[in-house]
Design a protein around this ligand. Structure first.
Ligand SMILES: Cc1cc2nc3c(=O)[nH]c(=O)nc-3n(C[C@H](O)[C@H](O)[C@H](O)COP(=O)(O)OP(=O)(O)OC[C@H]3O[C@@H](n4cnc5c(N)ncnc54)[C@H](O)[C@@H]3O)c2cc1C
Length: 389
């Protein structure tokens, strides 16, 4: 049996559903394939920023409040169990469960007319004849393909030989913790520095659970699980009980050329996880929309990659700034200086939250940090000297 669609999307996460919704609204015959049945969970902190809400609203129609379990307007930054800084009354941070959020997006894409093949893994993909085979045996042909199949992307592997660079990928661990475990009520997210190298640990409040996690560059954190257990013990006073789950995340190692011809990569498949905060959902939605718009603009038969690359530059420019910023935040010496600067500072954490809310751009934030460092030339010298770490 063989089916055919103008556009086939592999992966029905945020990137896939954003692309499907945009294409279906544009009158394109589009289908989504996902190996999972929905609602399905995805390992994730579930933090959504105002940046994410802005992108969400540019794609979907339904208000997202029904899938938001908690809203916070503050953040705590900690080091060694000590609060370095606490921001209150800042821009909103939203917390969701991916089980609900991704299903909510998918339902909207389906309501717009996207066809779905769920619980169906792609077992064979032949880009030369524009066809794939599902584990059910069904074959699907396509004119254009969107790879929105996450960090272990089969589409990226078919195009470039591998899904991600193991030297540059990050790894994260998470588990759900009963809020009763915490001595004090957790209303605001906590960011813990000094545990993961080139990364951080977090405690995110949800409706009826705390999502506790740690993540950082895999190559620099060979024993992340032990660090996670130590963190849990220090933070909650008891050993971690229950399943600690792990997942790769691309963490800024994005593809400069996100596809080939009419095969386009979006979201984690394109490496679009922000290299400082680890935020990925906003960029998955954004890139999904941009890929769909490029395909619509190109029309039947024409190659869409050039149009996608032109749009994608906007995200790439932000990621390039953020990748440079990492050298001001993550290497040992600069991390120490950053934490010192963060301790009790008024404007630094607020600027960071403004960045996450898309109220200021990455370029502006980069210039702000450089100007702050330049006020201490000795420190700046050390930073620049060690930039190549
Ligand atoms: C521990 C952790 C915490 C995170 N916390 C946050 C956070 O708080 N906020 C944030 O913004 N980002 C966070 N991220 C990043 C975020 O989860 C990702 O960036 C986001 O999920 C990317 O969306 P996507 O649509 O590209 O891919 P995904 O959400 O991974 O979706 C890919 C889909 O493709 C399907 N698929 C894969 N292969 C196949 C195949 N061969 N056949 C069929 N289907 C297939 C999968 O089943 C899946 O449904 C976190 C990541 C991790 C690992």
């Amino acid at each position: 049996m063989k089916r055919h669609h103008q556009v086939l999307i592999i992966g029905a996460g945020p990137a896939g559903s954003a692309a499907a919704h945009t294409l279906a609204r544009g009158g394109v015959d589009v289908a989504l394939v996902d190996k999972a049945r929905f609602p399905r969970d995805k390992l994730c902190g579930g933090l959504l920023t105002l940046r994410c809400r802005k992108v969400y609203r540019s794609i979907f129609d339904a208000p997202w409040e029904e899938v938001i379990g908690h809203v916070s307007t503050g953040v705590k930054f900690l080091h060694g169990g000590r609060v370095l800084n606490e921001v209150r009354g800042a821009s909103q941070l939203f917390f969701t469960r991916r089980l609900n959020f991704d299903h909510f997006l998918l339902e909207q894409a389906v309501a717009r007319g996207a066809v779905t093949y769920l619980g169906a893994a792609i077992v064979d993909l032949d880009l030369s004849v524009k066809s794939c085979r599902l584990d059910s045996g069904l074959e699907i042909g396509f004119d254009a393909l969107i790879g929105a199949d996450g960090v272990n992307s089969l589409v990226a592997k078919c195009l470039f030989g591998r899904s991600f660079d193991p030297e540059r990928v990050a790894f994260a661990l998470e588990m759900e913790v009963d809020p009763a475990r915490s001595a004090a009520r957790v209303d605001d997210p906590e960011i813990h520095f000094g545990l993961a190298r080139w990364g951080y640990a977090w405690v995110f409040p949800k409706k009826d659970t705390l999502t506790v996690g740690i993540g950082g560059l895999l190559a620099r954190n060979p024993d992340l699980k032990t660090t996670f257990r130590r963190f849990h013990l220090e933070r909650f006073g008891v050993e971690a009980q229950g399943r600690i789950r792990g997942h790769h995340l691309p963490f800024g190692d994005y593809r400069s050329i996100p596809g080939r011809g009419n095969v386009l990569l979006c979201g984690d498949a394109a490496g679009l996880v922000e290299p400082i905060t680890g935020e990925g959902i906003a960029f998955a939605l954004h890139s999904g929309r941009l890929a769909a718009e490029a395909l619509i603009e190109a029309g039947a038969g024409a190659v869409a990659l050039a149009g996608y690359r032109a749009r994608y530059r906007e995200i790439a420019a932000d990621f390039d700034h953020a990748r440079r910023l990492r050298y001001l935040l993550f290497p040992d010496l600069s991390e120490r200086l950053f934490l010192k600067a963060l301790h009790g500072a008024k404007s630094l954490p607020r600027k960071h939250l403004e960045l996450m809310a898309d109220e200021i751009g990455y370029g502006e934030y980069f210039r702000y940090l450089l100007a702050s460092a330049a006020r201490h030339p000795g420190r700046l010298f050390h930073l620049l000297a060690r930039r190549g770490q």
